[in-house]
Design a protein around this ligand. Structure first.
Ligand code: SF4
Length: 310
């Protein structure tokens, strides 16, 4: 039977009937921080036709396109410096104090959508810096907006490590306070902390000079656990997230590590029918920046390939 369906912007034609069992991961989709930021942007855009967002509100081009169509314009800090007497949204990742200074100087009203979890982490880093002599070490992606915001809390006096190979930056003769970017892999964070402990001991130091702060977002940590079971429980995994999403990269690698038939896509048109066989169970999942409508769009598309969702 040949079937044709219109799904979003994609026409599908299926020459070979397949029976697929399709399921969306119930724990995938926007995290609370992103939900809050997108809701505030949409609310503001109902009152006015245009709103600036400092940086991409979410690392997902499809969602950015949707928001852009209703008036959200993404700007960078250099563009913000040129603006006066307007409103700018701060996304869930947070910002360094210098951004707030620019807003004050240019009479810019801020819609501050910094996630409460990130705000708490920023505060912990500030307090630790002010009350200890030790170094601030942040495990995170160099240049990531959240990490830049964290480093800004201590005027740049922090060491960012992004893997075992960057641990030479740390001074092992001084106290070490370790924090993680909220979306990092909990297992990788554990490995980094263990490696730092080992180096301290090897150099004749004591583990007591290290303070490890568990700052990975609970929602993210829980997703890691759930996703392993979800990926193991399906024949094929279709993982959706933007290229820029660091959480997406981590979660996709996690799926791939337990299910070799895991595929990473940004948009529906990247799906290849050759990935599926008759009788497959297909799991659809995504990052904290993947909107529900995109997960549902892929589900609908896969239904069109399947003669029956068994
Ligand atoms: S991942 Fe967690 S900390 Fe980061 S924005 Fe989402 S809810 Fe907040």
């Amino acid at each position: 039977m040949v079937r044709q369906d219109f799904i979003g912007e994609v026409w599908t034609s299926n020459e070979i009937d397949m029976k697929l069992h399709i399921e969306i991961d119930p724990s995938s989709g926007f995290c609370n921080g992103v939900i809050g930021a997108v809701e505030k942007a949409e609310k503001k855009l109902k009152e006015c036709s245009k709103l600036y967002s400092l940086g991409a509100i979410v690392h997902n081009n499809s969602e950015l396109d949707r928001l852009n169509k209703i008036g959200l314009e993404v700007i960078d800090i250099e563009q913000m410096k040129q603006l006066h007497n307007t409103t700018v949204l701060i996304r869930a990742h947070g910002e360094p104090p210098t951004t707030y200074n620019v807003a004050k100087e240019n009479n810019i009203k801020l819609i501050d959508c910094t996630c409460p979890v990130v705000l708490k982490l920023q505060e912990r880093i500030r307090n630790t810096y002010n009350s200890h002599n030790g170094q601030i070490v942040i495990f995170g992606k160099i240049g990531h907006a959240e990490v830049n915001g964290l480093v800004g809390q201590v005027n740049g006096d922090a060491i960012v490590v992004d893997g075992l190979e960057s641990l030479d930056k740390i001074d092992y003769n001084r106290a070490i306070n370790i924090f993680s970017q909220t979306t990092k892999d909990p297992y990788e964070y554990e490995q980094i902390c263990s490696a730092i402990k080992e180096r301290v001991v090897q150099l004749g130091g004591n583990e007591s000079q290290i303070n490890i702060y568990n700052t990975i977002c609970r929602q993210v940590a829980q997703r890691h656990k759930n996703l392993v079971d979800f990926a193991k429980g399906h024949s094929v995994i279709v993982f959706i997230s933007g290229k820029e999403s660091s959480n997406g990269k981590v979660l996709y690698e996690l799926c791939k590590s337990v299910n070799d038939r895991s595929y990473h896509i940004q948009t529906i048109d990247q799906i290849e029918t050759s990935w599926f066989k008759d009788g497959d169970t297909v799991g659809i999942c995504g990052a904290t920046s993947t909107p529900k409508w995109q997960l549902e769009g892929v589900e609908k598309y896969l239904y069109s390939l399947s003669i029956l969702n068994c």
